[in-house]
Design a protein around this ligand. Structure first.
Ligand SMILES: Cc1cc2nc3c(=O)[nH]c(=O)nc-3n(C[C@H](O)[C@H](O)[C@H](O)COP(=O)(O)O)c2cc1C
Length: 432
């Protein structure tokens, strides 16, 4: 019989997911000033756990406090807080679901307020409007080896504190994805050039993690099915990397796409870009990356999860039934309704409209005129901020504020990030 969202799934390492719905990683920004877990994270994840998804993946947890995706990230780099992590893991497993920690290093996609001179495979600046990201410097070989050890260290801490698996963030233009893309990796040593060299970083991370956590602990990766950028990491390259990842012992490959330069993971992106994932057939099938997963899925036996754009129960069951994916990843729907998985599984909800709602709110937003592209950037980041703020409210025990305008969200989110950055205790500072 064809699988549906209600069907359990066994993973290569022996772990079992109780159903095919996963809350994909959603950055929370709820860590304390030392980037440790907090009671707000416990509240948020207890709500999500009770919400019914077989698998919850945490927002990206960083492996180095000097390199953050945003100021309120949780970090594991000998900054203490192990008891807080244990409480967080326990809360996130309240309903007996799997809870995997997503592990990341942002590379050049780190806000200037956190680090004005980030680390990256090559010294190539991010091509986005505004002045939010500093010019990166090229990582030395010693730094690359240290980064691999850091990813593996975080995985071991995740296992030891009660998380039931880990996920490497290899998508969306962060460090691992920067290594994979020939646009951001122009190195001429063993870590750049050919696809084999560009993939060396992530494959070494998988090997180091597997050695640290053992054979029966799930290790997943979130990988771009393509960067959707001219001369970037392609769909064909993603299929090859997926095969190598399988050989290295990955348990689940989550497919997404895009970077900060091309925000297709959220269904937008530069209109003039040739490589858009919005083919007519993809639109019909609602999820953004199913067409691109179709090239990769037949080439691996390891389970695949596709994330981005799923909005109807029928669309999810069709995708599972046709063999296009094994797990359905959902992001934004969990920000406006932590119970959404239970409702989908029980069949009491057919359609989720959170994404359409913010698109409408963005279209109505009183965004001031500016240089070309500014409106689109504010709309995209305003919508992202809108969802980030909902997670903060959920963590505070409040209900989502779905009336908030996207322009308000853009401003409120900016203020929130500045406040959080201002409270941060930087590494090396004396703590009383
Ligand atoms: C508020 C917000 C935070 C996100 N944080 C992360 C993250 O930490 N790691 C990650 O891999 N993806 C992150 N994403 C991307 C989502 O996991 C997902 O790929 C994207 O939202 C598309 O899925 P959806 O259409 O179901 O929302 C984030 C998305 C949103 C909206």
């Amino acid at each position: 019989m064809n699988p549906t969202i209600n069907t359990p799934l066994d993973l290569p390492c022996g772990a079992r997911l109780s159903n095919r719905l996963c809350k994909a990683a959603l950055t929370e920004g709820l860590a304390d000033p030392m980037n440790r877990a907090t009671p707000e994270l416990e509240t948020l994840y207890r709500r999500w756990s009770l919400g019914g998804a077989g698998l919850l993946i945490t927002g990206n947890v960083q492996c180095d406090r000097t390199h953050l995706e945003r100021p309120g990230n949780v970090v594991i780099d000998n900054n203490g807080g192990l008891d807080a992590l244990r409480s967080y893991a326990q809360a996130g497993r309240t309903a007996g679901n799997h809870l995997w920690m997503q592990i990341n290093h942002p590379g050049r996609q780190t806000p200037k307020s956190v680090n004005p001179n980030p680390l990256a495979p090559s010294a190539i600046s991010l091509d986005v409007l505004g002045d939010n990201f500093g010019p990166p410097r090229e990582a030395s070989e010693a730094e690359i080896l240290d980064l691999i050890r850091r990813f593996a260290h975080v995985a071991v801490v995740a296992r030891d504190t009660g998380f039931t698996g880990v996920q490497i963030h290899g998508a969306h233009g962060y460090l691992v994805s920067q290594f994979l893309s020939p646009l951001s990796n122009t190195r001429t040593d063993a870590w750049g050039g050919s696809l084999g060299n560009r993939a060396r970083f992530v494959l070494e991370i998988v090997r180091a993690m597997r050695a640290g956590v053992g054979a029966d602990f799930p290790i997943s990766i979130k990988l771009n099915s393509s960067d959707f950028q001219k001369n970037g990491f392609t769909n064909e390259e993603a299929a090859q990397v997926a095969r190598w990842l399988q050989e290295a012992g990955i348990d689940l490959i989550e497919l997404s796409g895009g970077t900060y330069e091309q925000l297709v993971m959220l269904g937008s992106g530069k209109e003039d870009e040739a490589a858009q994932p919005a083919r007519e057939s993809t639109r019909r099938r609602e999820a953004y990356f199913l067409e691109y997963a179709a090239l990769i899925k037949p080439q691996v036996t390891v389970p695949v999860m596709v994330t981005g754009g799923f909005r109807t129960r029928a669309g999810m069951n069709d995708a599972l039934g046709s063999g296009a994916t094994d797990v359905i990843g959902l992001g934004r729907p969990f920000c406006t309704d932590p119970e959404v998985a239970n409702k989908l599984l029980a069949g009491t909800v057919d359609r989720i409209d959170a994404y359409e709602l913010t698109k409408k709110l963005a279209a109505d937003a009183p965004i001031p005129d500016g240089p070309p592209g500014l409106r689109q950037q504010i709309e995209s980041f305003g919508q992202l901020g809108w969802f980030c703020l909902q997670n903060i409210y959920l963590g505070q025990g409040l209900e989502p504020d779905t009336e908030m305008s996207v322009w308000d969200a853009y401003n409120r989110y900016g203020e929130n990030e500045a406040r959080t950055a201002g409270r941060m205790i930087r590494p090396g500072a004396t703590v009383s």
